[in-house]
Design a protein around this ligand. Structure first.
Ligand code: ZN
Length: 247
């Protein structure tokens, strides 16, 4: 098991990576890690992800209330807490503003093209959640229709949120979302987006099952009906993968 210091250090490292990749500017974004049902470590408000050091990391309870730390948690911690509440399998959440993926939400273009095998395997389609005012409950609420079937979410006119069974996984999903968006944009600029054919998507889904990858995927059916399943969710579950699976 990791020590508290190691967890804090890992949060800082992911913050530095988000900054270096240009996924956050100024003091944008936030990162959190769950250590027990009522203990979470998270980044503070008002500090650039580039400048994070372990002593700045705060401990909060399941309501986002500070338990330990000199600085204060971000008001956006509410969306992290909503994820932990709805998804007991999640142990880390990353929120950033990756520019290309965010631009898709501004242009009103869905990030649901199946163009790269790695992205199909790991994230599938990425839903765009309804716009919400930062720091209010509007953003946590906007995640609800999609939260049970995805590990990556775009926040309309805002950014992206990714989750994982550990921090590295949540970070990789964030990187994959932006990389996929970038390649898709390049293909659009070249004039055509040719998606991976349905029969090949079926093979990728079979591979995912065989690899027993952690996390949720919109192309996989879960034994238990997701708690928040509704018609909107069903409509967003990757049309093409479902078609390919012959549903
Ligand atoms: Zn934000």
């Amino acid at each position: 098991m990791k020590s508290v210091y190691e967890i804090k250090k890992e949060i800082c490292e992911v913050g530095h990576i988000m900054y270096e990749l240009g996924f956050v500017a100024a003091n944008d974004g936030n990162i959190s890690v769950k250590v027990s049902d009522n203990e979470f470590y998270c980044t503070p408000t008002g500090v650039s992800k580039r400048d994070l050091t372990p002593d700045m990391i705060i401990k909060v309870d399941k309501n986002g209330k500070k338990l330990e730390g000199k600085l204060n948690p971000s008001s956006e911690i509410k969306m992290h807490m909503r994820v932990y509440q709805e998804r007991p399998d999640v142990n880390a959440v990353v929120h950033a503003h990756p520019p290309v993926a965010t631009a898709f939400t501004i242009a009103g273009v869905d990030l649901d093209q199946y163009i790269l095998p790695e992205a199909v395997l790991t994230i599938g389609s990425v839903p765009t959640c309804e716009y919400g005012t930062p720091s209010t409950m509007e953003i946590p609420d906007s995640l609800l229709p999609y939260i049970q079937n995805h590990d990556a979410f775009l926040l309309k006119n805002h950014g992206a949120l990714t989750v994982g069974c550990n921090l590295n996984k949540a970070r990789f999903v964030m990187e994959e979302v932006e990389f996929n968006a970038k390649i898709c944009k390049y293909a659009m600029e070249l004039g055509a987006v040719h998606e991976i054919p349905n029969d090949q998507l079926v093979k990728l889904m079979e591979l995912r099952k065989k690899m027993n990858l952690p996390g949720r995927h919109p192309g996989i059916e879960y034994d238990e009906e997701p708690a928040n399943a509704n018609e909107e969710l069903v409509a967003t579950i990757t049309r093409k993968v479902l078609e390919a699976l012959g549903k």
